[in-house]
Design a protein around this ligand. Sequence first.
Ligand SMILES: Nc1ncnc2c1ncn2[C@@H]1O[C@H](COP(=O)(O)OP(=O)(O)OP(=O)(O)O)[C@@H](O)[C@H]1O
Length: 269
Amino acid sequence: MAAIIELSRVTKTYGRAPQPALADVSLRIEQGEFALLMGPSGAGKSTLLSLIMAMEQPDRGTIRVAGRDVHRLTRASIPYLRRNLGAVFQDFKLLPEATPLENVRLTLAVLGLRRRDVLARAREALARVGIDPRSRKPVRCMSGGEQQRVALARALAGRPPILLADEPTGNLDPALTRDILRALSLVRAAGTTILLATHDPVVYHHAGASRVLHLEMGRLTEDRVLERAPSFVAELDAQGEPIDLLAAIDDDEFSDEPLLVDTPLGEVA
Ligand SMILES: Nc1ncnc2c1ncn2[C@@H]1O[C@H](COP(=O)(O)OP(=O)(O)OP(=O)(O)O)[C@@H](O)[C@H]1O
């Protein structure tokens, strides 16, 4: 099977740093996998995610998403990458003065989703993470945990086939962490490939991930398949809950109108 994400001998050094942030990393992630990216602070987890999102350039090596080298995409192909990758950043990258609904709606509009679908999708994604879509609060007035959930809703609302998340439970208490993990289980059950960077042992034990990748000082030191599904995922399966948040991208929902907007997800043409 073709890998949906493939890194081949990727090295990245920032500026004149004495050590590379990532050193000769190769890995393949197949469609539908849920992989955790673990390792101590500074190990290179965020760097790896940034490279996949084409927010940073590697010094050497190639990174392919759905078979395409993300660092050789033409300008016209950037929307293809943005539609395929939903991202939750460590610092959220939300628009601070905008409400949660505006944050999600704007991203969907920038992705080119048809106007009539934007509002429904945005409301649905916010409700799924426990944020009231009618809230008039600017996100800068919300707690870290609330902002984190808005960021997750924004990433999921576009129904990307791949979700990249950097510490998505970092500001959440255990109950909210569990809610987010539950949302991620549904996302994964709908076929989305997830790559999630975390320090959080609760995530490790309860996310239902299928694989753990461990980074140390920029090197991939462990790549392990996890056999056991956590109990609450099994519970969800038993209940047969409808999975409606994520489905494959339906290109008919996207308009062909060209857009050029500088967004928190980068410039989108
Ligand atoms: N934009 C940057 N400019 C310069 N150095 C950077 C930059 N981003 C990361 N680094 C450095 O690269 C190395 C890897 O950092 P990275 O943020 O990828 O690690 P991490 O595993 O995500 O850490 P954490 O768990 O603390 O988020 C660190 O030494 C860090 O200081």
